[in-house]
Every structure is written in C-alpha cells, then in structure tokens.
Design a protein around this ligand. Structure first.
Ligand code: PHE
Length: 352
C-alpha cells in the first residue's frame, strides 16, 4: 500500500494537536506498528530494486520528519501545561492571609508581645542577648563576685566552652551589662528572653522567661521606677487603682532593692489581681548599683537609673488563669488550642 497523503498536511495536523492523547492517536495512525508509514514500507516488497530504494528513502525521510514533529509537539504541549499550572497555582500575595484553624500563638509569646506593646508605648526599646553568657556578664559585672552566695542562690547551669567560663544565663540582667558596655546613656530598654536554672517542680522549670527593664539617665529615681511599674501592671492586668506594696529586698546589682507585691482575691478559685487582702510577689527591682555602672564604664557620678525583672510565666499564669507552670512546655495541642491565641488577636502589633 502506497502512502498518498500530503506530508505538509500531516505535519500541520501534528502541530495543531493540543493534547498528549491527540498526539498519540496521530502517532499510532502514521507510525504505529500497523500505521500508514510502516504499512507503506512493507508494501515496497513488490517493487523493482530501484523503486524500492528511492521510495524507501522517501518514506524513511517522511517517517523521520513525522517523528521529529511529534517529539517537538510533545515538548510544546508539556510547556503549555507547565505554564497553565504555574498560572493556576500562583499566589496573590496581596490577598488577606488564609488563617489556619490549627496552630495558635503560645500564651508565653502572647504575653511577650503584650509586654513589648505596653513598654513600647512608654518609649522603651527592645534588646536581646544570647542564652549562653560569660560568667562576667551574668555575675561579676553585676556585682556578684566568685564565691558570693548569690551564685548558689541561682542554681546555675555551667557550660564548658573552650576553657572559658560560660553559663546558661540565670536571668536577663546580663543584657543590662551588654547594653551599658555598648551604648552611651540615656538608655531605656526592656529585655524579654529565655533564662535557665537547675530547678523543676509545679512552679519552677529549668528553662523559663524573664523580662528585664533598665533605665539609665541623669535624673531617674525610685519614684519613676514605682510609677513605671504601677502603670505597666495596671495596663497588663487591665485594672484601675492597683493595690500594691514595695518591700525592701536585696539584689547585688541594685541598691536600694525592693520586691513588689500586688493585692489579689480568689473568685471561684481563680486569682483576680488588683485588690484584696492577700499579697502576691510579682517582681524584683531597685536603683542600679553604682558599682555596676562603673563595671560597665558608665560614670556613676553623672548617671543613675533603675532596673526591674519579672518572670513571664508568672505574669502569663496570673493573667490567663493557668495553674501549672509545666503545662507551658508540654507539647499538648488541646492545651494550646484552649489557651493559645489566634493570629488575628495580634493585628495591632507592628513589626513582630
Ligand atoms: N535579675 C533578678 C532575678 O532574676 C531580677 C531583678 C532584675 C531584680 C533587675 C532587680 C533588678 O531574680
């Protein structure tokens, strides 16, 4: 059987096919085992040797051109499919986020955002520092010399690191030292972050969070410290006329030092902060010890200021009615689903 179709027309049909199926149909029709070209090649047997040669050559060229055309068209269809898929799967980044119902903001993160927001409005900058600290930053510069009992008070985790004496920071206060060594006053910072002590029970975890505050200038006093802390706590706990008291205390890095208690009542077994006849210790604070200023190359004759530090888990437990500290660190989705926050709760946050 001779092949009588117009080669150009067939090539056009190949080029016009829009799917792999159409292309495969054409391939089978012309080039398949029983296709027109192999059949025509078989039919050459009855011809003379010369004719066989010239017709055979002609058919083989047509076969090659068809194969080539099909191969090119396959690539063409592939490219079209890929670009269609890219168009379909493209993401419009200007659309509002698709907030998943799973996944919540952890109460500790929420509390930190909340603290930053309140102090941000009071013009405090946020500083951070590393979890592994030098002995100097964590203790010595803060007026806690070697063999001082305050070192034992803090149940320190020591880290062996190239022979240097390093620790997992036991408080956020070493970031005071870092900041004072690197910045000229006035300084007005808060430092939220992880801290570590070798201690574990219902109210203590080996890793926990603190937020530190430090103000250094030429005029800040204990009065400024008090009013700052009172307005922070009133805003954080959403109470007016917070009842509080300052008790004299001791920290090597502040002088004088105090601890602040807030009044509370229990309503239906839940703690309500603000007023009542019971007291709850909430933070430590004081005027920065001049020895610390001098250790950090700040002239204690010219500058003064205050510092405070509080536990973030504590604040979070009191605000959200969480009773066991350890639950913060359990990978328990149902707990997080209950106590966690939706991303939309934080719409007012900027840059975090
Ligand atoms: N660093 C102290 C602690 O961890 C808290 C504190 C900070 C006290 C700043 C006074 C001033 O217990």
């Amino acid at each position: 059987m001779a092949f009588s179709e117009n080669k150009i027309d067939v090539l056009k049909k190949i080029k016009a096919s829009k799917s792999f199926e159409d292309l495969e149909k054409l391939r089978l029709y012309y080039l398949g085992k029983k296709g027109l070209i192999p059949e025509a090649l078989k039919g050459l047997g009855s011809l003379s040797i010369e004719e066989k040669k010239s017709k055979g050559q002609e058919l083989n060229i047509i076969k090659k051109e068809f194969e080539e055309g099909i191969k090119n068209q396959r690539t063409e269809i592939e490219n079209i499919e890929i670009s269609n898929r890219i168009n379909l799967e493209s993401i419009d980044v200007t659309l509002p986020p698709n907030i998943s119902e799973k996944g919540k903001i952890h109460p500790i993160s929420q509390t930190i955002f909340n603290i930053i927001e309140i102090f941000g409005n009071l013009n405090y900058a946020v500083e951070t520092g590393p979890d592994i600290e030098t002995d100097f930053n964590n203790f010595t510069a803060l007026n806690i010399p070697e063999h001082h009992p305050a070192r034992e008070m803090q149940d320190t985790f020591y880290v062996q690191d190239n022979g240097d004496k390093n620790v997992l920071r036991t408080h956020t206060s070493p970031v005071q030292v870092r900041t004072m060594l690197n910045t000229k006053p006035p300084i007005k910072i808060i430092v939220p972050g992880r801290t570590y002590r070798s201690d574990s029970d219902a109210t203590h975890a080996p890793m926990f969070h603190q937020v530190e505050g430090l103000v250094i200038d030429t005029s800040s006093t204990m009065v400024d410290l008090k009013s700052t802390l009172v307005s922070f706590l009133e805003e954080f706990f959403e109470v007016k006329n917070l009842q509080y008291r300052f008790r004299p205390s001791y920290f090597p890095f502040t002088e004088p030092s105090a601890e602040m208690d807030v009044a509370y009542t229990k309503v239906n077994n839940k703690i309500k902060i603000g007023e009542g006849d019971k007291w709850l210790e909430i933070l430590g604070c004081g005027m920065v010890n001049p020895i610390v200023l001098d250790n950090c190359n700040i002239d204690s004759k010219q500058y003064q200021g205050f510092a405070f530090g509080m536990g973030i888990e504590r604040l979070s437990m009191l605000k959200y009615g969480i009773t066991d500290l350890r639950s913060f660190f359990d990978p328990n989705y149902r707990w997080l689903d209950h106590y966690g926050f939706s991303i939309l709760d934080n719409q007012t946050r900027s840059g975090l």
